[in-house]
Unconditional design. Structure first.
Length: 165
């Protein structure tokens, strides 16, 4: 649990956009994983299995009557202690803007962008996680990035170097 808490929390947070709800869902994911430990076949990595549980749990929550629209209130990007205060503030502003725009994307684009760029999951694994073809993942990445470019047009677009890496 200690090893994968951040991964599960971030995954649920990207779907529900609320820190408290993501914490609750993270706990629920680990309870489900513990209860279903005997079904884990060791054909995939544990984090892939947990991603799948986290994604399904978050999607189930979004479909439930408990779900209501929530505003993005915080981010959890780590700060580099060696940066100046001004640089940290500027970096946080850029991260907030980027995350706000990513979170505003529709789920099909947001989930592939988050998994690929934020969580560094490869496209074949994303395809398995989401139950779609690998080509679908690539198309969603391309279209999602284009939507981000459009929403950030006129602002600082240094983040676009993502797509070039």
């Amino acid at each position: 649990m200690a090893e994968y808490h951040g991964l599960v929390f971030r995954t649920t947070y990207y779907y529900v956009k609320n820190r408290a709800t993501a914490e609750d869902l993270t706990q629920e994911v680990f309870v489900k994983a513990f209860q279903k430990m005997d079904t884990f076949r060791h054909e995939a990595r544990p984090e892939t299995w947990l991603y799948r549980i986290a994604i399904n749990t978050a999607k189930d929550y979004l479909k439930s009557w408990n779900h209501r629209k929530l505003m993005l209130t915080s981010t959890f990007f780590e700060k580099d202690a060696s940066d100046s205060i001004e640089h940290q503030v500027m970096k946080q502003f850029q991260n907030d803007e980027l995350l706000k725009n990513v979170m505003a994307l529709s789920t099909k684009y947001r989930e592939v962008i988050v998994l690929y760029y934020f969580e560094e999951v490869k496209t074949p694994e994303i395809a398995v996680l989401l139950g779609v073809k690998e080509s679908t993942v690539r198309v969603r990445l391309m279209r999602g990035l284009e939507k981000l470019r459009q929403s950030l047009k006129g602002g600082d677009q240094d983040w676009i170097s993502w797509s070039n890496s």
